[in-house]
Structure formats: structure tokens, C-alpha cells
Design a protein around this ligand. Structure first.
Ligand code: NAD
Ligand code: DAU
Length: 351
């Protein structure tokens, strides 16, 4: 069995669904179910004995110890985090708690469990930490992409806490020998993406006839990767990555936010046209994000060279699939638009 944290969130749930779609190995899914966790995403696994769900906070050491003792996982895949940069600006405390204290607590529980394993199982055990390219800070238009040796320079409370968690994972390998792996990935998109993030935000606002809120001048650059490609990369790193190593994951898809929003509007104009005019008429420039990183870009050559991973989707094919998924799954979108999410929209966008 593998233990997945955050498996009811966007990437974790895609990972669990993909994993159980192609493997007989069971998943213990450990998730606190914050506003970002949604069991509706995992509905197709109801009655599947290979999926065991535990509503547990990764800061709860006793609960983690009990799960390790009962289920004896051969690997931990750690997705759970507070993940939205704008929320980290309004309230950083939850980010420190889950991303730093939670990762520390999980590492301690994993280390104790791992120490008690017989030698062959100990050698085979893996702790895979899912992290982000934001730990490397911001690039200028002419800087080379982030590589695995780019110095850390996090700029938001979110990225600072992810950087803290990366450092803890590194230290647990270096000091205790825990067989860790870290992936630093660029911006994901795809099915089950919570609508607070750029791409699903734009799709849901467009269909609701609301303004499409573009921060600042809209020229910030992100490097987009289809979530299924990220999940495939994680499977490769788990299977063949070298303990103690870090791997950058990216799609070679640098786009300005404005380009992304225009491409989404074009796709919606084609797949679900308005009565008249284009969705691009809804684009509205709003106040910039404080400390907004200008550009992220990933050099993913190590992963390709050492483990043979390459993304299967282009931005065009991945984005088309994603827009179609949102059009076909309006029920899922309505279910995650809880009171908490409506409060967030007012807090972030009211001005
Ligand atoms: P998400 O916010 O959609 O999901 C996070 C999940 O973690 C939710 O299910 C939530 O309930 C759970 N969770 C939060 N706090 C918890 C706690 N204390 N205990 C247990 N569970 C808890 O996030 P995501 O976008 O799926 O990101 C998953 C991971 O990938 C994160 O570590 C994030 O930093 C990293 N990452 C994300 C992206 C991206 O573009 N979304 C890119 C690179 C890396
Ligand atoms: O780079 C990886 C990171 O990508 C992950 O670690 C984070 O968890 C994930 O949330 C994402 O962070 P970003 O801040 O890049 O993603 P977000 O979707 O919030 O914003 C993408 C860009 O779009 C960013 O430049 C801000 C801008 N934006 C975002 C929103 C929500 C807007 O212009 N308007 C918006 O309403």
C-alpha cells in the first residue's frame, strides 16, 4: 500500500484516480478535508476496497502513528498543503501550520515507522515530497529557467513555507538517511482544479457572465503542465528516482496570463458560445497581487535525461480537454462553490 496525503485536493485526487486506474496497489488517502478537499472528486472510488480514506490532519502525530502502524505503507506521497498564494497573503498562519509543522510531523511519524522496518523494507521505503517551482522565486524575461541547482528565493508566505518543508525533507535524508525524493513542479491545470486558481476561475466566471479578473498588466508568465503529466512524473520518480535527489517537473509551456485567458475565451467561444460577442469582452484588469512573481519557468531536462519522462499533452490539447471537462462537470463546480468560497471571492475581489 502507498500512503497519499492531500488525496482529496486537485493534484492528489488526480494522482489517486490515475494510480488506481492502472495499479492493483491500494492507496491510504489521508486528508483533513479543508475547503480545498472534496470527496465528490473521489466518488467513482466508492466501494473500491483498494481506496481507504482517513480524515486526518497531518499535524496530528498520534493519528499518523496509528495509520502507519495499521496500514504499513511502502511509500508516502506527500501532496497535502495550503496551496493558494492569495490566501497565504491574507492569512499566512494556516500555511506555516500545515506546510511546515504538518510536513515536520509527517516526517517524524514516517521516520519512526521506517526505523522499525526490516532492512529490505527499510531500503525500499520512499518519502516523496511534492513541491513547487515557486521556491526558486521570480525570473526576469531573459533569465534561464529554474534548474535543480537554482538557489531558493521564495517571495510569498506560501512559497516560503513550501521552501521550509523542502529543507526539512532534505535534512531528514542528510541527517537520518530517510529515503526521500522531492519534485518541484510548475503550474498545473486540468480536471478538479479548485476555481480559486487562474484557469478554473476564468472558465467559471466566463460561463457565469462575470468579469474575468486579470491581475496587474496580465503579463506575468507561468509555465503550464497538464495535471495528468505531473502525476505520471511523480510515478516515475517514485519508481526510479534516486533517494536524496530533487527533480524539476515542467511542461515547457511559458505563457503570459493574458495569453492564457485569451486562449480560454477562444475555446469557450467555440465550445459554448455566448448569445452574442466573445467571452474576451469580460476581461477586466484588477489590482495586482502584492509581491507578484513576474515569471516562472522550469528546466525539466534532468527528469527526461535520467528517468525518460516527457509531458504527453501540449498546452493546446490539455487546455481543450480541461475546458470540455468543466463544461461537462458543472455539478462538481456548483458543489465546491460553498459559503466559504463565496466569502473568499468577496474578500479577494470585492474592491
Ligand atoms: P489543493 O489545495 O487543491 O489540495 C490540498 C489538499 O490538502 C486538500 O485536499 C486539503 O484538504 C489537504 N490538506 C490541507 N491541509 C491539510 C492538513 N493539515 N492535513 C491533511 N490534509 C490537508 O492543492 P493542489 O493544487 O492539489 O497541490 C497539491 C500539492 O502540490 C501541494 O503540496 C502544492 O504545493 C503542490 N504543487 C501544486 C501545484 C499547482 O499548480 N497546483 C504546482 C506545483 C506543486
Ligand atoms: O508554480 C506552481 C504554483 O502554481 C503552485 O505551487 C501553487 O500551489 C499554485 O496555486 C500556482 O500558483 P500561482 O500563484 O502561479 O497560481 P494562480 O492560479 O493563483 O495564478 C496564476 C497567475 O494568474 C498568477 O500570475 C496570478 C494570476 N491571476 C490569478 C488569479 C486567481 C490573475 O491574474 N487573476 C486571478 O484571479
Amino acid at each position: 500500500m502507498i500512503l497519499v496525503t492531500g488525496g482529496a485536493g486537485f493534484i492528489g485526487a488526480n494522482f489517486v484516480l490515475d494510480w488506481l486506474g492502472q495499479s492493483d496497489e491500494a492507496v491510504l488517502n489521508v486528508d483533513k478535508l479543508t475547503y480545498a478537499g472534496n470527496l465528490g472528486t473521489l466518488q467513482s472510488l466508492q466501494g473500491n476496497s483498494k481506496h481507504v480514506f482517513a480524515r486526518v490532519d497531518i499535524c496530528d502525530r498520534a493519528a499518523l502513528d496509528a495509520l502507519f502502524a495499521e496500514h504499513k505503507p511502502r511509500a508516502v506521497l506527500h501532496f497535502a498543503a495550503e496551496s493558494h498564494v492569495d490566501r497565504s497573503i491574507h492569512g499566512p498562519a494556516d500555511f506555516v501550520q500545515t506546510n511546515v509543522v504538518g510536513t515536520f510531523t509527517l516526517l517524524e511519524a514516517a521516520r519512526q515507522y521506517w526505523n522499525g522496518l526490516p532492512e529490505t523494507e527499510k531500503a525500499a521505503f520512499r518519502f516523496l515530497h511534492v513541491s513547487t517551482d515557486e521556491v526558486f522565486g521570480s525570473l526576469s524575461a531573459t533569465d534561464p529557467q529554474f534548474s535543480e541547482t537554482t538557489p531558493y528565493a521564495p517571495n510569498s508566505p506560501y512559497s516560503a513555507t513550501k521552501a521550509g518543508s523542502d529543507h526539512l525533507v532534505r535534512a531528514y535524508h542528510h541527517t537520518y538517511g530517510l529515503p526521500t525524493l522531492t519534485t518541484n513542479c510548475s503550474n498545473n491545470y486540468g480536471p478538479y482544479h479548485f476555481p480559486e486558481k487562474l484557469i478554473p476561475m476564468m472558465i467559471t466566471c466566463a460561463l457565469a457572465g462575470k468579469p474575468l479578473p486579470v491581475y496587474g498588466d496580465g503579463l506575468n508568465v507561468r509555465d503550464w503542465l497538464y495535471v495528468g503529466d505531473h502525476c505520471a512524473a511523480i510515478r516515475e520518480v517514485l519508481a526510479r528516482g534516486k533517494p536524496g535527489e530533487t527533480y524539476n517537473v515542467g511542461g515547457w509551456n511559458e505563457k503570459t496570463n493574458l495569453d492564457v485567458v485569451h486562449t480560454l475565451c477562444d475555446l469557450l467561444d467555440e465550445l459554448s458560445p455566448r448569445q452574442s460577442g466573445s467571452y474576451s469582452e469580460q476581461i477586466t484588469f484588477v489590482k495586482d497581487r502584492p509581491g507578484h512573481d513576474r515569471r516562472y519557468a522550469i528546466d525539466a531536462r534532468k527528469l527526461e535525461r535520467e528517468l525518460g519522462w516527457k509531458p504527453a499533452e501540449t498546452f493546446e490539447t490539455g487546455l481543450r480537454k480541461t475546458v470540455q471537462w468543466y463544461l461537462d462537470n458543472q455539478d462538481w463546480v456548483q458543489n465546491v462553490m460553498t459559503g466559504e468560497y463565496r466569502n473568499w471571492l468577496v474578500k479577494q475581489y470585492a474592491a
